[in-house]
Design a protein around this ligand. Structure first.
Ligand code: DX5
Ligand code: ZN
Length: 214
């Protein structure tokens, strides 16, 4: 069964605690936390202070997606804030291997993300260091966009590479996912679906999560 990781970016930030409770009680597997620096992506969201505050309010697995340049500088901060998994972007790292090893070195899970225009082939040599590969299905930076159909094939490619190398990494898709396209993503190898607007934007988060899983 696929995991659902609701993206907090689509929550009402004035009532974060009850928003998190809403998806936690609604059956979310993970909580996706989008960190944006206004440089790697043209938007700014939140950082370690917010994550460490909400860490005290939730037992969910914190799936932290770093959309920041040179992320190796901040790995310790996010680990201390309570991340369970830290995903860095291939395009944002000066040394991808060093970043992944630094994440694993602090005892948490490591993920590697690629933007829609980046081919899967560039991350092939790093997959053995990854607990998760993240395929962006929209351009990173904003929630509420439409999924780019050409990215679906990349899920299949990365899942085939993992199979070929015997790597048990999760394959996460992120951006524009809803109940009508989740099936095709799963068929192509996605094991974790990030969903912002389609879960936090729904009046009944539990029903939204259930409908995406089934
Ligand atoms: C985009 C973020 C996504 C996004 C998902 O840069 O990485 O996690 O917020 O939100 P929806 O599901 O609304 O596309
Ligand atoms: Zn994300």
């Amino acid at each position: 069964m696929i995991k659902i990781s609701p993206s907090l970016l689509a929550a009402d930030f004035s009532i974060l605690e009850s928003e998190i409770k809403r998806v936690e009680e609604g059956g979310a597997d993970w909580l996706h936390l989008d960190v944006m620096d206004g440089a790697f992506v043209p938007n700014i969201s939140f950082g370690p202070c917010v994550i460490s505050s909400i860490r005290k309010k939730s037992g969910l697995f914190f799936d932290v997606h770093l959309m920041i340049n040179d992320p190796i500088r901040y790995i310790d901060d996010y680990k201390r804030a309570g991340a369970d998994l830290l995903t860095v972007h291939y395009e944002a790292c000066q040394d991808v291997e060093a970043a992944l090893k630094a994440i694993k070195g602090c005892g948490i899970k490591a993920g590697l993300a690629i933007k829609p225009g980046t081919p899967v082939t560039v991350i092939e040599k790093y997959l053995n260091l990854c607990d998760l590969a993240l395929i962006m299905t929209v351009e990173p930076g904003f929630g509420g966009q439409k999924l780019i159909p050409e990215t679906v094939e990349k899920l299949r490619q990365v899942s085939e590479l993992c199979r070929a190398y015997g790597i048990k990494a999760e394959i996460e898709a992120d951006g524009g996912i809803n109940r009508s396209n989740v099936g095709i993503l799963r068929e192509n190898g996605m094991t974790v679906a990030v969903a912002g607007s389609s879960v936090f934007g729904a009046p009944d988060a539990a029903e939204a999560i259930r409908s995406m899983r089934s």
